[in-house]
Design a protein around this ligand. Structure first.
Ligand code: GRF
Length: 225
């Protein structure tokens, strides 16, 4: 049975740029595959495509311009104020390129997800495609994980795995990996929104079962329902 829209978990998406993951979430929600109510999209940069995508979908938007803020505290306060106003149940970081203060992460513990373009714990941080290619990895991919104060280190939920071929470039790998993100991120968020997914006692639980490892989806396959 589908719940009335007004009763779905209030969800804020944090973005910095392109917003293709945000778009995948919007599309999944429209298709009835993601049971959230988007209450706002927040960017650390004004004028980005992600905000345009949000506005086009009729969502509330806000930019807290990092470059225009008088220091880190002013920026963090701006983010906190916006989140307070929207009082989300869930927060999804989707290409958001800033590290949130530990207090804010703690406040949304178990309710904040991120997608990172590597098979974590390998390659936290930036330039993951280049680093994986340079290292001659046979596999690369993307991970949806709960956010904890340490960068890209929270417990992983779902991973999309892509075999790296000799013809792969940073661009080709990015394209293939991102196609996977559009499948795994809305799905993990849906699990969280419907109470099937939890981060408790330092472990990830799905449907009441503690995961020993993230659920893995290979290129070309779809995540479990
Ligand atoms: C994604 O590849 C995600 O893994 C990383 O940043 C990228 C954001 O892309 N965190 P988009 O803004 O969702 O298009």
């Amino acid at each position: 049975m589908t719940r009335p829209h007004a009763t779905l978990p209030r969800t804020v998406v944090l973005v910095s740029g392109n917003g293709s993951n945000l778009q995948a979430m919007i599309d999944a929600a429209r298709a009835g595959e993601l049971a959230v109510r988007f209450v706002g999209v927040l960017s650390d940069r004004p004028g980005v495509l992600a905000l345009e995508r949000a506005a086009r979908a009729g969502l509330a938007t806000e930019a807290v311009d990092f470059a225009a803020c008088a220091g880190r505290n002013a920026f963090d306060d701006g983010i906190a104020r916006t989140l307070e106003r929207w009082h989300p149940d869930l927060v999804a970081l989707a290409g958001f390129m800033r590290i949130l203060p530990a207090g804010m992460v703690a406040r949304y513990a178990g309710r904040m997800l991120n997608v990172h373009p590597s098979l974590l714990p390998s390659y936290p941080g930036l330039h993951t495609f280049r680093r994986a290619l340079e290292a001659g990895e046979a596999w690369h991919g993307s991970t949806v994980h709960f956010v904890t104060p340490e960068l890209d280190a929270g417990p992983a939920v779902l991973q999309y795995r892509v075999p790296v071929g000799p013809e792969d470039t940073e661009d080709s790998l990015r394209r293939r990996v991102q196609q996977g993100e559009y499948l795994i991120y809305p799905r993990a968020l849906h699990w969280l929104a419907t109470g099937r997914l939890a981060h408790r006692d330092g472990r990830v639980w799905l449907d009441g079962v503690a995961l020993d490892a993230p659920i893995q989806v290979q290129e070309g396959a779809r995540p479990p329902p």
